[in-house]
Design a binder for this molecule. Sequence first.
Ligand code: NAD
Length: 257
Amino acid sequence: MNIPTMRLDGKVALITGSGSGLGKAVAEGLASFGADIVITEISSKLELGQDVAREIAGNSGRKVIALPLDLPDLASIDRLVTAAVAQMGKIDILINNAGVQVSKDALDVTEADWDIVIDTHLKGTFFTSQRVAKEMIKQKSGRIINMASQLGLVGYYKRAAYSAAKAGIVNLTRALAVEWAGYGINVNAVAPTFIRTTLSEQAFSDPKIYNDLISRIPLGRVGLPEEIIGPMLFLASDASTLVTGHTLSVDGGWTAM
Ligand SMILES: NC(=O)c1ccc[n+]([C@@H]2O[C@H](COP(=O)([O-])OP(=O)(O)OC[C@H]3O[C@@H](n4cnc5c(N)ncnc54)[C@H](O)[C@@H]3O)[C@@H](O)[C@H]2O)c1
């Protein structure tokens, strides 16, 4: 029997929106397990992405580059994937992590709010996956992991567009898993609860909201970015070859209640 490894030596992972937060943590984690990494940042923050790439390369000894990506622009996605393949030779693992948050009562959400959230998360995830899948099909293997959210599985206040986008990502994950299984591409998602990053710190600063969140998490605390690494590593590695179309909750038990 071959015992599967969670090492990623020889693999190339492209992680969108990895200049900060969960994406940066996952990039550091995958590099520490042997993967070479493509960091992406929006053009106006590319310098941040380059600093993170240097930091992770220094810590891990892996090849780490930073490239611009401005979702949901299809030309930007195409430029990213073309440059990543030219510089790294291939893409084995795609993590669709980039995202934005608009936290407003549903009655106050504007068309612009709706569009930026749905377009960045849902349109961005789909068209990045489609472009990268065309490369993965050539090598007859690949892993696509979408960053969903527990708010794609349950509702919460002030998150109408975000919840709609993340629920879309959960079922897009199933649809792509079914359609691309024949090409050797596994498509899964990770659905975290509230994790401490710049995206969520605003919610945590209001004690009323923070206490409400904690009361819904059986483990009694919000998450840390590094707690997303293990689930991502599992879905990126040979430990999960038979897993596809699945959304892995990483939520301290919120959705188990
Ligand atoms: N932090 C949480 O509590 C939490 C919980 C569940 C899911 N998530 C999801 O995790 C992912 C990362 O969130 P985070 O908390 O690390 O936030 P973050 O703000 O630290 O990181 C988001 C990243 O996405 C990039 N980005 C934003 N808009 C973009 C665009 N139009 N094109 C390309 N890149 C863009 C940002 O530059 C940044 O690098 C998001 O998809 C988010 O919805 C976060």
